[in-house]
Design a protein around this ligand. Structure first.
Ligand SMILES: *[C@@H]1O[C@H](CO)[C@@H](O)[C@H](O)[C@H]1NC(C)=O
Ligand SMILES: *[C@@H]1O[C@H](CO)[C@@H](O)[C@H](O)[C@H]1NC(C)=O
Ligand SMILES: *[C@@H]1O[C@H](CO)[C@@H](O)[C@H](O)[C@H]1NC(C)=O
Ligand SMILES: *[C@@H]1O[C@H](CO)[C@@H](O)[C@H](O)[C@H]1NC(C)=O
Ligand SMILES: *[C@@H]1O[C@H](CO)[C@@H](O)[C@H](O)[C@H]1NC(C)=O
Ligand SMILES: *[C@@H]1O[C@H](CO)[C@@H](O)[C@H](O)[C@H]1NC(C)=O
Ligand SMILES: *[C@@H]1O[C@H](CO)[C@@H](O)[C@H](O)[C@H]1NC(C)=O
Ligand SMILES: *[C@@H]1O[C@H](CO)[C@@H](O)[C@H](O)[C@H]1NC(C)=O
Ligand SMILES: *[C@@H]1O[C@H](CO)[C@@H](O)[C@H](O)[C@H]1NC(C)=O
Ligand SMILES: *[C@@H]1O[C@H](CO)[C@@H](O)[C@H](O)[C@H]1NC(C)=O
Length: 547
């Protein structure tokens, strides 16, 4: 086989292998942007040629673009200034691409021996991606009801559309979310749109093989609600003190924000706004009874109205002006009756309790409470009934109290005189009289049965004389009860020195006492020996003289 035949075979094989010229041109197509430059590359490396020809076929007929010989470069006048060829590798560069530069380019290489190699490649001149805009079928939408169709349109060639939710591509399910693509647009259909669907923001990304353009961020307001309509506080029932700064607050999840109306007993109250104050309840003449209140939230866009649960409220006045009234008359033990009553100037009293001197006041045969506990009758009063009576009134919202001090007059009880019974002449004598009494008793004194002009609890004789011997009677008198008690004391005034020494009887008494003490001490010592240790206190014996 000669060389020519071999080359021809290779040439033919190259046609069989694929398409023409895989040897000298890569597979296409080559994409390029309108108005820019493109270089059609070859697979050649310093080829030997006598002619290198680039032809172009736009669909009708082939035209020569450029022909390169060893020495010259001949450019078709239509391409003048737009074309260059690199002799080293045969690359063709076309500048300022026009739309009708799209088509098939062929490269033919002819050697000196007239061997010809041909290759072909397709060039696509793409219009740049531009004017990417999203338009919505509706300016606003209502959640779970409306269908929103977003249309993305753009200019360019061979466009591919992608929808982005923020930065992540939107995954369509063909059901609630679906996409329909056309050559220059894409429509994203969202059925029963959700509030979160279109806040992404949404972008439309349009691309060809060479370029990518994003739309401006797009979002659409989706109205929803009202939902979760709640009243706070919701604890029910609520008993509130009138005049306090209190209000019920209604809230709802809603877009646009809900408008609120208030209802009492399921009847509209003509109060708008999220707050229902105690003041407003009063203005409506309500609140005295425990009755239900609720609010309704309405969304002007979705036209939805939702009611809250009901909260029962009762407004109660606080208790004030508590007075405890006791008897005005003077009370005398065993003879008077006392009625103590407790009243409030304002407020509903729900509970009353009574205390006497800090302890609960107990009912008894003498102490009887009225059925509503508003008063207590003590009949008859006794000296133990003296003291402070506290009355405490309370209701759900307040507690108030006051007290009354009751004085029961009694006595005097048995009078008592303390003082010397035997004195020597010239010694001082002080007699003191006492008697338990309310009010304190007045004291008068009698000597030997005859009134003296001494008044008051003490009777003092600065220096006793023999004539002072006799009986001293103290009379205790209570002006209120009118009672008098008395006690008689005997004084003997003796000669000087007669009371100094000890009488025979006294001496005998002391001797006996000493003996008794001694006997006890011996006994204790024996006891301690048997039972050691013996504590000191056990031996601490005191011998007390009766004098
Ligand atoms: C032609 O191609 C060769 C090899 O790729 C390169 O080195 C040379 O710079 C190119 N010449 C021109 C004028 O671009
Ligand atoms: C395109 O080619 C023209 C002429 O060959 C040249 O002036 C211009 O700089 C080139 N532009 C680019 C982007 O390469
Ligand atoms: C966009 O993303 C949010 C959560 O990030 C999602 O709730 C919403 O449904 C998405 N929108 C679409 C159209 O897929
Ligand atoms: C889109 O979102 C921006 C900011 O997140 C907001 O200012 C704008 O009002 C929104 N537009 C629409 C139509 O919801
Ligand atoms: C009632 O209380 C609220 C907050 O608890 C306060 O903003 C408001 O000023 C108060 N009103 C009055 C009259 O004190
Ligand atoms: C509220 O309803 C209750 C029971 O349904 C009724 O007894 C009461 O009178 C009503 N109150 C007002 C102010 O209508
Ligand atoms: C005390 O109250 C009772 C019953 O209310 C009444 O019968 C009685 O007369 C009252 N006594 C006095 C001393 O007020
Ligand atoms: C008795 O004593 C009281 C004070 O305790 C006094 O006010 C009253 O005048 C006295 N009465 C007589 C009769 O002395
Ligand atoms: C008082 O009475 C006593 C005995 O009863 C009598 O001894 C004494 O002399 C009397 N004193 C006077 C001053 O009367
Ligand atoms: C005590 O009560 C009786 C009648 O029960 C009366 O006659 C007498 O005056 C009363 N005494 C006083 C001190 O009030």
């Amino acid at each position: 086989m000669d060389l020519f035949a071999f080359k021809t075979l290779l040439f033919l094989l190259s046609f069989i292998g694929c398409c023409a010229g895989t040897d000298i041109l890569p597979t296409g197509p080559v994409d390029a942007i309108l108005g820019r430059n493109v270089t059609l590359k070859t697979l050649l490396d310093k080829p030997e040629f006598s002619f290198l020809v680039w032809n172009f076929n736009g669909g009708t007929e082939a035209v020569n673009v450029v022909t390169v010989t060893k020495t010259a470069l001949k450019v078709n006048p239509d391409y003048q200034g737009r074309v260059s060829v690199n002799r080293t590798n045969g690359y063709l560069t076309l500048a300022s691409l026009k739309a009708d530069d799209s088509g098939d380019y062929s490269l033919t290489l002819t050697t000196e021996t007239a061997d010809t190699t041909t290759g072909e490649i397709k060039l696509r001149v793409l219009e740049p991606v531009s004017g990417v805009v999203i338009k919505s079928s509706v300016p606003e939408a209502i959640e779970k009801k409306d269908t929103v169709v977003l249309t993305c349109s753009a200019k360019g060639s061979f466009l591919k559309f992608t929808w982005l939710n923020g930065t992540t591509p939107i995954v369509v399910d063909g059901n609630r979310l679906s996409v329909e693509g056309k050559e220059l647009s894409s429509a994203l259909t969202i059925r029963n749109v959700y509030r979160t669907d279109l806040v992404g923001p949404i972008y439309c990304r349009v691309a060809n093989n060479l370029e990518t353009e994003n739309s401006a961020p797009f979002n659409l307001t989706v109205y929803y609600g009202p939902e979760a309509v709640t009243i706070t506080p919701s604890k029910t029932p609520l008993v509130l003190k009138s005049g306090t700064n209190f209000s019920l607050t209604c809230s709802a999840v809603s877009s646009p924000p809900a408008t609120f109306t208030w209802y009492h007993n399921n009847t509209i109250m003509e109060i708008g706004g999220p707050l229902l104050t105690l003041e407003k309840i009063k203005e409506h003449g309500l609140g005295d009874k425990e009755e239900p209140y609720m609010c309704k939230a309405e969304n002007t866009k979705t036209k939805g109205t939702v009611a809250s649960s009901a909260v029962s409220i009762r407004v109660m006045e606080g208790i004030s002006g508590v007075t405890v009234t006791g008897p005005k008359a003077v009370l005398i033990a065993d003879n008077s009756t006392a009625n103590i009553s407790c009243q409030a100037a304002a407020g509903v009293v729900e509970k009353r309790s009574w205390m006497k001197d800090g302890k609960p006041l107990a009912a008894s045969a003498r102490v009887v409470f009225s059925s509503d506990q508003s008063s207590v009758m003590i009949n008859p009063v006794q000296k133990e009934d003296n003291g402070e009576y506290k009355c405490e009134l309370s209701n759900h919202v307040s507690t108030a109290q006051n007290s009354y001090k009751m004085v029961v007059n009694y006595g005097p009880e048995a009078a008592m005189v303390k003082g010397e019974e035997k004195v020597e002449v010239n010694e001082e004598v002080t007699l003191t009289c006492s008697a338990v009494s309310v009010p304190p008793a007045n004291f008068t004194w009698k000597f030997n049965g005859t009134a003296t002009n001494v008044k008051g609890p003490t009777y003092v004789i600065p220096g006793a004389a023999y004539k002072n011997s006799g009986t001293y009677t103290c009379e205790a008198n209570n002006v209120v009860t009118g009672k008098t008690t008395m006690h008689t004391h005997t004084l003997s005034v003796n000669a000087e020195g007669t009371l100094d020494g000890l009488s025979d009887g006294a001496i005998a008494g002391i001797v006996i006492a000493v003996l008794v003490a001694l006997g006890a001490a011996i006994g204790l010592i024996i006891y301690c020996r048997q039972k050691v240790p013996c504590k000191n206190e056990d031996i601490d014996l005191r011998v007390e003289s009766p004098y």
